[in-house]
Design a protein around this ligand. Structure first.
Ligand code: CO
Length: 212
């Protein structure tokens, strides 16, 4: 078992490194935050959210869960989104999935996993919605990869359904939704170039909550 003591030693080293560059580093950090990005990603320990974006503390508001899902009954997620768009007034919401996502793999191999199952249910719904396309892909790696991408698309669509997000738009606020995939095999962030205005137009008839 790893001894956590060395984490505190590393923390001391990190503090000294920051202070060497800027003696007011933590003084400035404690003043407040005004990030422009809300990042919603997977909890996977191999995804260094801020690191891979080259982001400094204060630049990205982060929410992570298993397989980067936007579940509309999730209080945690809803509170994060509301705070991000209403108080922090972020300009971008990023849904970031990643290849080799264990959550996606588990969803495609149903078994009794207790609470995890109900969480993975949403991923199975993504599969069901796109089953026709996914079943045509014979290569198992490519099939998983495509489901990772389609999960990002569906979670980005779920963001559109949130009243706080629709409210910003109806008030003419600046807010863009993005879908990314972190390619864990190369380190690259792939922009899926989703057109969320187009996606909203497609579902507007039943999902527009009339926030204007
Ligand atoms: Co994952």
């Amino acid at each position: 078992m790893a001894d956590l003591k060395n984490i505190f030693e590393k923390n001391e080293k990190w503090i000294q490194e920051k202070l060497q560059i800027d003696k007011d580093y933590f003084k400035n950090l404690s003043k407040g935050q005004s990030p422009e990005i809300l990042y919603i990603g997977c909890s996977d320990s191999r995804i260094p959210a801020e690191d891979m974006m080259g982001a400094e503390p204060g630049e990205v508001f982060v929410h992570r869960n298993v397989a980067n899902q936007v579940v509309t009954t999730d209080f945690n997620l809803n509170a994060v989104v509301q705070y991000a768009v209403e108080v922090l007034k972020v300009k971008h919401i990023v849904i970031c999935g990643h290849y080799e996502c264990g959550g996606i793999k588990a969803a495609l191999n149903p078994s009794d996993m207790g609470q995890i199952n109900s969480w993975l249910q949403n991923l199975r719904d993504v599969y069901r919605l796109h089953a026709k396309e996914i079943k045509l892909i014979t290569d198992p790696v490519k099939r998983f990869d495509r489901l990772v991408e389609l999960n990002v698309l569906e979670q980005a669509i779920n963001v559109l359904k949130i009243d706080h997000v629709q409210k910003v738009w109806s008030q003419g606020g600046e807010l863009k939704i993005h879908g990314w995939v972190f390619d864990i095999r190369s380190g690259k962030i792939i922009d899926l170039n989703l057109n969320m205005e187009k996606e909203f137009a497609k579902i507007k008839d039943i999902y527009d909550l009339g926030q204007s």
